[in-house]
Design a protein around this ligand. Structure first.
Ligand SMILES: Cc1ncc(COP(=O)(O)O)c(C=O)c1O
Length: 398
């Protein structure tokens, strides 16, 4: 029997042709394909501007730096997330303030956010874990209620006059909240196009700008594009044809997207609705298989929102961490890959050393200890879904 991988990328002849075309074109770094990808992403999301970069991590770190977040500042984020969310806060010298999840859920709890806001809070960065949107309205209410606590210490903070809402939408490209795309909810949303994501460019990421004024979004796009290229006022393409002189206006970074990546992204984006429909039907088949057993099936939809079906996060009713780990191993022995999303940050050595304790995040622990992410990918057949479902049912009796 063939092995069932966890999340192979959707790569086929169309991807290969698109990448080959760029390789043969004579222009392989940031250029026309990246510009086209940004335009099509902005249209898909329904925002003024999108900036495509080489990862979520670098994209969102640029945002923190632009907003002037640094030493003495606090950024609120969930304890239950991947390390990237907190690492970028460490990179800029600020303090990640970890808050607990909702009861029986892996999503951040808006009440816990409200309790964590102080005069030092500069950014709130929730995570749409697995692709399911967080309570965006609940978080906006906290930001508005706490406005009088906000103490700006940069020009951008003065201008905004409140906490910045930066969404970690690494998993939720294509998810909707109240009928609109996720990128239309927070001030800025960061997507990841890493190899295991629904839409991949091998590595990659993008920022969707959703500030109130169109001009601010245009300006932020222009500004961060420069920051992503050493602070250089012209990119490589616009320096061709003798147009060589440029200026450096800051000690910027180097995290632009290449046209090779963008070519992959354009193919993926052109067929993304099909990808989402396929992922949805896999998740629905899992739901049917697990609804009557000793399982907690993941929320995928409610009156307000629909997930991007990035992860199928099944939970084993009354299961312990050890039971879950044993199940992963037993599945592996049958050639089925599964995963865990995520180990909450206070379980990881570095964050333990920073003084975070898992016992302060009981809901995050509960959501983690019995969680197992099952394979979901475009091209996964009915038979494969049935085989995974059967194996889990046989191995976990509760
Ligand atoms: C929740 C979350 N945020 C951020 C990231 C970082 O994305 P990237 O690898 O594109 O930097 C990931 C990556 O897996 C993630 O899962």
């Amino acid at each position: 029997m063939h092995n069932i991988p966890f999340s192979p990328p959707r790569v086929d002849d169309r991807t290969v042709e698109a990448v080959t075309e760029v390789l043969r074109s004579g222009w392989i770094t940031t250029g026309p394909k990246t510009a086209q990808f940004e335009t099509e992403l902005a249209e898909y999301i329904g925002v003024d501007k999108v900036l495509a970069l080489n990862s979520w991590t670098n994209a969102c770190e640029l945002v923190l730096r632009w907003f002037g977040v640094g030493e003495g500042d606090e950024v609120i984020l969930p304890a239950y997330t991947y390390a990237a969310t907190a690492n970028i806060v460490m990179h800029v010298g600020a303090t990640p303030v970890l808050v607990d999840s909702l009861p029986d859920h892996c999503h951040i709890d808006p009440h816990a956010i409200a309790e964590a806001v102080t005069e030092r809070t500069k950014v709130i960065m929730p995570v749409d874990i697995g692709g399911m949107p967080v309570d965006y309205d609940g978080i906006w209410s906290v930001i508005n209620e706490k406005k009088s606590l906000f103490r700006p210490n940069s020009t951008e903070q003065e201008k905004l006059g409140r906490i910045l809402f930066l969404s970690d939408a690494a998993h939720s490209f294509g998810a909707t909240y109240k009928g609109k795309q996720i990128g239309q909810q927070a001030d800025i949303s960061g997507y990841s196009f890493h190899a295991v994501k629904n839409l991949t460019t091998a590595e990659g990421g993008a920022l969707a700008f959703n500030l109130q004024n169109k001009e601010d979004n245009e300006e932020l796009y222009r500004r961060l594009r420069i920051s992503a290229l050493h602070g250089q006022t012209k990119d490589a393409l616009s320096k061709t044809d003798g147009n060589w002189r440029y200026d450096i206006i800051e000690a910027g970074f180097k995290c632009n997207m290449t046209d090779i990546q963008a070519a992959m992204g354009l193919v993926e984006l052109g067929r993304y609705d099909e990808t989402l429909a396929c992922r949805k039907s896999i998740c629905e088949r899992y739901d049917e298989a697990f609804e009557d057993g000793p399982f907690i099936i993941p929320p995928q939809q409610d009156a307000d929102c629909e997930t991007s079906y990035h992860l199928y996060q099944l939970r084993l009713r009354n299961g312990s961490e050890r039971d879950r780990d044993a199940l992963i191993e037993a599945l592996r022995e049958q050639g089925i890959s599964s995963n865990v999303h995520f180990q909450p940050l206070p379980l990881l050595s570095f964050y333990k050393e920073q003084g975070y304790h898992m016992s302060d995040y009981p809901n995050a622990w509960k959501a983690y200890e019995n969680e197992i992410s099952l394979p979901v990918w475009y091209g996964m057949t009915r038979e494969m879904v049935a085989r995974v479902s059967r194996a889990v049912q046989e191995l976990w009796k509760g």
